[in-house]
Design a protein around this ligand. Sequence first.
Ligand code: NDP
Ligand code: GUE
Length: 287
Amino acid sequence: MSEPLILDGAATAKAIRAEVAARATKLKEAHGITPGLAAVLAGDNPASVTYVSMKRKACAKAGITSFEHVFGADATQEEVLACIHQLNADPNVHGILVQHPMPKGLDEDEILATVDPAKDVDGIGRASLGDLVLGHPSFVSCTPQGMMTLLKRYGIDPAGKHAVVIGRSVILGKPMAIALLNANATVTICHSKTQNLAELTRQADILVAAVGRPELITGEMLKPGAVVLDAGYNRVEGRGHDVGDCHFESCAAVASAITPVPGGVGPMTIATLLEQTVAAAERSVGK
Ligand SMILES: NC(=O)C1=CN([C@@H]2O[C@H](COP(=O)(O)OP(=O)(O)OC[C@H]3O[C@@H](n4cnc5c(N)ncnc54)[C@H](OP(=O)(O)O)[C@@H]3O)[C@@H](O)[C@H]2O)C=CC1
Ligand SMILES: Nc1nc(=O)c2c([nH]1)NC[C@@H]1CN(c3ccc(C(=O)N[C@@H](CCC(=O)O)C(=O)O)cc3)C=[N+]21
């Protein structure tokens, strides 16, 4: 097999971020407003902690004000809900990002449902998810949307392809499956109770790994020529960088195109978050 096409999320995200920065400047000049994005984090999930700090840096570069509300793992539901209500009412905040997963003691569903849909730039509230299912998306969960943008920018059309999504979380697997369905793929969703995972993954023209298990997917589980999107982001002791859900070397030997970790799906998530925050700010001034 020849070398696969590397789907370069870092470079694609950079281009999107430049477009976002230009839109933020325009908003400032025309309307005197600076887009604002608030992150709400409870507990110390490492992927979430990394994400919040990367988001802070990316906002600063794009001309977006960053707000952060950090709670311990022992935060109460009331405290977190009060914070969301305050952010809903704050005119300087155009987007609200609630970090998933929330610690066990909190009702994440209720917290997400409290975010004002107009500020749900992470696309995981009921209204946003409903719009996605209905086929007229408003804000779409950033990681799925980032992966769809990446496919588009590389000219990969999911129509008629068999897409196999591994993972069914509300922020990732489920909305990705629906986005692919909306793009006319034939979609199979796998999860922890799926039997014979490899039998299904071998049928995939497009494989999406959104599991949270380092290097679960190996080359022998792929159909030759598959397009592999690896959303996994796992910290593994003794490795110099975070590791995807796919074993890169063996998958790259079989795939026709693949996202690296880092530098693939992750940067696209952040670029999408910034893009949707600027869009929320534009909508707030009726643009
Ligand atoms: N790059 C990025 O921008 C982002 C990366 N991530 C990363 O993506 C990964 C997934 O995140 P998230 O969706 O939040 O994780 P969750 O833990 O919420 O969901 C994981 C999903 O994988 C399924 N699963 C677990 N083990 C297996 C298995 N052995 N075989 C098949 N399915 C399995 C689970 O099934 P069940 O439903 O049955 O429990 C569940 O649906 C993580 O590594 C996370 O860090 C997350 C968000 C953004
Ligand atoms: N509501 C919610 N939405 C999320 O989108 C969400 C979340 N909760 N909880 C945590 C996960 C994790 N996540 C990442 C996003 C980008 C990178 C990313 O850009 N990573 C760089 C690597 C950066 C580095 O390691 O230095 C890359 O892949 O190249 C990683 C992880 C979003 N998440």
